[in-house]
Write a protein that binds this ligand. Structure first.
Ligand SMILES: [Zn+2]
Length: 476
């Protein structure tokens, strides 16, 4: 088949390596996945399919569940790559003091639109939009509009860095916004509240915001364990007030004590691990090992495209490598050698799929390829790539060999949104136009000097060490 399957026909992926990510992590070779309507109706070899089913050749490829990103500041995608050389400190200055306030509703819309398209293109079928710059309800509506225009599954995590959580969450228009039908009453757009608990106070100053979340039944996501920004105090206060629940997501959860990890584990919360962010921006060492030790559910995220590309191949690869790097470094400090890795590629693929579904309370809907679940399905296949064969270890292949360019087909809620490496029914030109206007506007507001300085922070000097040896060369 050379064109995308017509809508409203059943779809079958044929003869692929299928990573089901079911409880047993069943892997099938030369197997099929049948989709009827919004749901997966069968998984297995040689499936009988209804007449008129569109066939997608999965041979030489891997079919896996759509990936799930549990924390992405989608609005910041308008500034893609701008902060590649930032630390967290420079991000804060820029975001909170310089340009965050300048974002108009249409700029939030532009960033979200591009980020949403980027997500589905990379096989990320569910994305949490950690939208912490919603100064007004108009901004929130713009954010939601963009998410609803792109055929992906999204969760809008409502936040506002320009006001305190107990202020914005108390506004009547906020309650109106989160009441149905903003979410459309289906499972394509969910809601969370994005609340950070900074140290500084002996009391839980965000108490009223947590109470609103509880009253409205909206899960809370919180930046936790961010070096010197959110600490053990915040976790303790949340716990003491009974605000830590199984639906709470702890983003980063990097610089926390064993006591905090125990509190998270005991209350059934999940972590959102943004390894690329933690290791580069400096929230703390990516805590995959700590989370495993404490039995805390892990999901993956990429945080912001101000630095990184919004695909979970990078997140999986970085997470596996960071965990192994730490083990080696710690072993070498003890004059020991790591002979067996604890963290496996298979586990990281699970975090990128099922782990995200569990964290978001969507495990009955998405995260694995099982009969009855909604059809969020990705085919990784690229016949033009020398890196796509042989596929011997499919989990290893997904994590360390494949990349976003190998995403051949993406189905979300039973609908084909990408086929043969091309998005279907998504207007990239419109996203481009919206982004160009936003970039032009922001550059104008800041002026060329602040714009350039923001992108190029000062570089601390690296002193080259004195060398006791001298290079000598004698010619005959
Ligand atoms: Zn973040």
């Amino acid at each position: 088949m050379t064109t995308a399957p017509e809508p409203d026909r059943p779809i079958v992926f044929r003869n692929a390596t299928v990573l089901t990510m079911d409880d047993a992590h069943t892997v099938l070779r030369d197997a099929d996945v049948l989709i009827e309507g919004e749901r997966i109706s069968a998984v297995g070899p040689g499936l009988q399919v209804p007449e008129g089913t569109a066939e997608i050749d999965g041979s030489g490829g891997i079919v896996m569940p759509g990936m799930i990103d549990t924390h992405r500041h989608m609005w910041q995608t308008a500034m893609r790559g701008y902060g590649a050389d930032w630390t967290l400190t420079q991000y804060f200055v820029w975001n909170y003091l310089q340009w965050g306030k300048s974002f108009r509703p249409q700029d939030i819309y532009a960033g979200n639109l591009l980020s949403a398209v980027e997500a589905i293109d990379a096989g990320v079928t569910t994305t949490v939009d950690w939208s912490h710059n919603l100064h007004t309800i108009d901004h929130a509506e713009a954010a939601a509009d963009a998410l609803q225009e792109v055929p992906g599954r999204f969760v809008l995590a409502y936040g506002n860095i320009q006001a305190a959580p107990w202020e914005w969450s108390a506004a009547p228009e906020f309650r109106d916004f989160v009441a149905p039908p903003v979410t459309g009453g289906d499972d394509m757009l969910g809601l969370q509240m994005a609340i950070a608990v900074p140290p500084a106070s002996p009391h839980l100053t965000e108490k009223a915001a947590f109470e609103v979340a509880r009253d409205l039944g909206v899960p809370v996501t919180t930046h936790a364990g961010v070096w010197k920004v959110t600490t053990d105090d915040g976790i303790r206060l949340m716990h003491e007030h009974g605000f830590m629940t199984p639906s709470t997501i702890y983003v980063h959860a990097a610089t926390l004590s064993a006591d905090s990890y125990h509190r998270i584990a005991a209350t059934g919360g999940h972590a959102s691990l943004s390894t690329e962010s933690e290791q580069s921006a400096g929230q703390g060492y990516p805590p995959a090992g700590k989370l495993r030790e404490h039995g805390i559910g892990v999901s993956l995220s990429m945080d912001t495209s101000v630095w990184w590309s919004a695909d979970l191949f990078s997140a999986m690869r970085a997470t596996l490598s960071a965990d192994r790097a730490r083990d080696h470094l710690e072993a070498h400090a003890r004059d020991e050698t790591v002979t067996h890795h604890k963290l496996r590629a298979e586990q990281v693929v699970e975090w990128a799929t099922r782990g995200g579904a569990r964290a978001l309370g969507l495990d009955s809907i998405t995260g694995s390829l099982e009969r009855g679940k909604k059809a969020d399905v990705v085919l990784i296949k690229n016949d033009h790539s020398p890196a796509m064969f042989p596929i011997l270890n499919p989990y290893g292949h997904v994590v360390y060999q494949a990349q976003r360019g190998d995403v051949h087909t993406v189905v979300i809620n039973g609908k084909v949104v990408k086929y043969d490496h091309k998005l279907t029914g998504t207007d990239l030109a419109r996203a481009r136009q919206a982004i160009e206007q936003t970039v032009e506007y922001l550059r104008g507001v800041l002026g060329p000097q602040a714009w350039n300085e923001g992108m190029h922070p000062e570089i601390p000097e690296t002193r080259v060490l004195d060398n006791p040896y001298t290079y000598t060369y004698t010619q005959d």
